[in-house]
Design a protein around this ligand. Sequence first.
Ligand code: F6R
Length: 248
Amino acid sequence: LPLNIVEGKEEGAKEIASIIADLIKEKEAQGKKTVLGLATGSSPVMVYKELIRMHNEDNLSFKNVVTFNLDEYYPMSSENKNSYVRFMNEQLFDHIDIPKDNIHIPDGSLPINKIEKYCSKYEKKIKDQGGIDIQLLGIGRSGHIGFNEPGSAINSTTRIVKLDPITIADAAKDFGSEKSVPLRAITMGISTILNARKIILTAWGKNKSVILKKMIEEPVTTKVPASFLQLHDEVTIYADEDATTELS
Ligand code: F6R
């Protein structure tokens, strides 16, 4: 897997944001929309900051951008301070000119009997937009991408899943305690992610070093769902020095 080792989040984020901005401008010139797959969590925050800067200072417009977020906790109301809806509004959408109708985030507030149908509609919406041009990813210490935890199948699509204990432990800092973290989430599948034309994964910091090694250097396995990215031919990883210390 192609790996860019950058000095830090800021430098990496600038490169990633300019790749995204160039594509938006290129497609706009052809009268086309750009479809972005977006992640939450700490990994993409600097990328969103840089995109907001480009919007404010360089006239970058998001009028022709359509977004699909990877995941949302379940159950989760959009007003909850830990919802990914809140996160995306605060970190990106409230600061750019994207039309509200172009934003898609899995709905964590639906009754359980509506989820299956909702998830197939989410998949259909992605297809109807022509598929995802660039998918941003972080990686969890469980090996997850999106919330595709160990055991996720290569052909999995958007669905409801159980969170791995490692993911719940890592989310405890946001929720105040482990027992306040939702046990489930709605997530795009491995197949949804692998269908994106280009994938950019970021890994920052020491606590990603062990899982980064497994993802890159060990055989593809459902035990490390991120290892499925080895099967995609347009993946770029951005990592800082601390995240690469375990690599051989
Ligand atoms: C978030 C997501 C997750 C995170 C991963 C890393 O939408 O899909 O896979 O990318 O848990 O989280 P951070 O970036 O907070 O270390």
